[in-house]
Design a protein around this ligand. Structure first.
Ligand SMILES: O=C[C@H](O)[C@H](O)COP(=O)(O)O
Length: 154
């Protein structure tokens, strides 16, 4: 199984996004990395996090990518933004267990990280681990996630 992954950030998450994108491009489990910005020194450098988070969510909704890694100052704004897109589940997770459960319990497609919260090496490790988890549609968690899907369809 390989993944198409979107990466995105605001100016507060730019350094981490660049490193995480490099890591993902080198990862054999990743077939494609779609960089949604922002880019240092480019016109988009100071685009606000909601624009990037929403774009990542839309890319998942459209089926252009399977998952996304988003970085801002705290990871909170990016998660809030991506979660606005129907069908998208994003979690801010700065520990291994939460990153794992965001996939195995919540079927999240988006991991949001805060560059001002965790060290770079922890962020890299979390992304590496997170990529290894796959949600099981037959697990007891599936019915709970389905309640969210049902609500969105109301
Ligand atoms: O969640 C928001 C992010 O942390 C963002 O990078 C910084 O937002 P602020 O400039 O509004 O604090």
């Amino acid at each position: 199984m390989t993944y198409r992954i979107a990466v995105g950030c605001d100016d507060a998450g730019l350094d981490y996004k660049e490193q995480l994108a490099r890591d993902l491009r080198a990862d054999p489990r990743v077939s494609e990395v779609l960089d949604l910005g922002v880019h240092r020194g480019a016109e988009d450098e100071h685009r606000p996090y909601p624009e990037i988070g929403l774009a990542a969510g839309e890319a998942i909704r459209a089926g252009t990518v399977d998952r996304a890694v988003l970085v801002c100052g705290t990871g909170i704004g990016m998660a809030l933004s991506a979660n606005k897109v129907p069908g998208v589940r994003a979690a801010t997770a700065h520990d291994s267990f939460s990153a794992e459960r965001s996939v195995l319990s919540n079927n999240c497609q988006v991991l949001a990280l805060g560059q001002r919260v965790v060290g770079l090496e922890l962020a890299r490790r979390l992304v590496r681990e997170w990529l290894g988890y796959v949600f099981d549609d037959r697990s007891p968690s599936a019915a709970k996630v389905q309640l969210l899907n049902d609500y969105e369809r109301c």
